[in-house]
Ligand binder design. Structure first.
Ligand code: TXA
Ligand code: MG
Length: 340
């Protein structure tokens, strides 16, 4: 059984030794938990893909203790990356740049670019510094969930999803719940004009303002491919961030109508619903919780709520669709991938 420990100084030192020895270490970041291994060891990196059940052509983010260490893994450090790193690192931002030859292709899914991130979480920082003192200091880490399932913002969610796939010598550092709760914003800095590839807690507006101060623009998001526009079946191979339980995301009125129809057809069913104003006269069998009305609070709780409900054996999960406002962009992105 994999060990899940509170990250004392001694435990962080043990985790750094485990990384040096090619082991897996799950660690908290301010966004979500990461499933880490030495980024410069192909053998260690291959264990990430095995544990996560992830196709090997999906690139991993490499985590470092500071901007100088990150720039050291780039072939060259573009002005846009410099500008964004100075403004937002350490923090919930991943920068895509051309990779140095030191970064194995196994980390980047065969691409010549690499995603780099300097996380702010104190446990992530201690681990990266300890590993820099005795190893490469570069930790490749995807979100610490099984491929296609809901990301983990608490150690218990990591244990539930990944412990069957981790070795006794691997470690999970339990740093409590993640404060941001949604993955980092990913910005591609390989082209002349940077572009957001994945929206995150760090919003588009804040990024555009910083780039403008450096005399740079921000490219418009790429149009959604037809593949992402079609309805996705929750839990299928091409869906991400998805609970195994079917999930509906609907405006409040449509949600209440459809849930009433569903429980009328399936009287034994157990349904969980997350609505901004609750649902005082919900039919029996429908468990209702009130969703935070602000995007920051909502993002912090979303994955924990989905993971709890996914394990609780409900037949159907329903979320009220948040308002179509820019501040909710990252939440909308995750819900679009999770629901059908
Ligand atoms: O907040 C986060 O970013 C978390 C924590 C652990 O740092 N990590 C995370 O990793 O979400 P993962 O593997 O679940 O998602 C990585 C994202 C994917 O959307 C991937 O396509 C993108 O980063 N990415 C990584 N390297 C890339 C590259 N070279 N080119 C384009 N996209 C890349
Ligand atoms: Mg992920």
């Amino acid at each position: 059984m994999v060990q899940c420990l509170r990250p004392s100084d001694a435990v962080v030192a043990q985790a750094a030794r485990s990384l040096s020895a090619g082991g897996l270490v799950v660690f908290p970041t301010e966004t979500v938990y990461g499933l880490g291994a030495d980024a410069l060891s192909e053998g260690a990196v291959s264990r990430i893909f095995q544990a996560k059940g992830r196709p090997t052509d999906h690139p991993l983010i490499v985590h470092l203790a500071d901007g100088a260490a990150a720039a050291g893994l780039a072939d060259h450090w573009p002005r846009a990356a410099d500008c964004l790193a100075r403004a937002f690192w350490p923090g919930p931002l991943t920068l895509i740049v051309r990779k140095s030859s030191r970064v194995p292709l196994a980390v980047t899914g065969g691409q010549d670019s690499v995603g780099l991130r300097v996380p702010a979480h104190p446990v992530a920082q201690s681990l990266l510094k300890a590993f820099a003192a005795q190893g490469s200091g570069a930790v490749a880490a995807p979100s610490a969930n099984r491929f296609g399932q809901v990301s983990a913002t608490r150690a218990e969610d990591v244990v539930a999803q990944l412990s069957p796939f981790m070795a006794e010598t691997d470690l999970i550092l339990d740093g409590g719940p993640c404060t941001e709760g949604l993955e980092s914003t990913v910005v591609d800095c390989t082209a002349q004009t940077p572009r957001i590839l994945r929206p995150g807690v760090l919003g588009r507006e804040a990024i555009a303002v910083v780039l403008a101060a450096c005399g740079l623009g921000l490219a418009a998001p790429l149009p959604k491919t037809p593949d992402t526009a079609v309805p996705r079946v929750s839990g299928s191979l091409d869906s991400h961030y998805a609970p195994r339980t079917p999930l509906w995301v609907l405006p409040a009125t449509a949600l209440r109508d459809r849930v009433c129809g569903y429980v009328a057809r399936h009287p034994q069913a157990r349904v969980a619903a997350w609505l901004f104003s609750g649902w005082p006269d919900a039919p029996p069998g429908v468990h209702v919780a009130v969703a935070p009305a602000d995007p920051i609070g909502y993002g912090r709780l979303l994955y924990a709520q989905l993971n709890d409900w996914d394990r609780a054996g409900f037949d159907l999960l329903c979320l009220e669709a948040p308002p179509p406002l820019a501040a909710w962009e990252a939440v909308h992105d995750r819900l679009r991938r999770a629901a059908f």
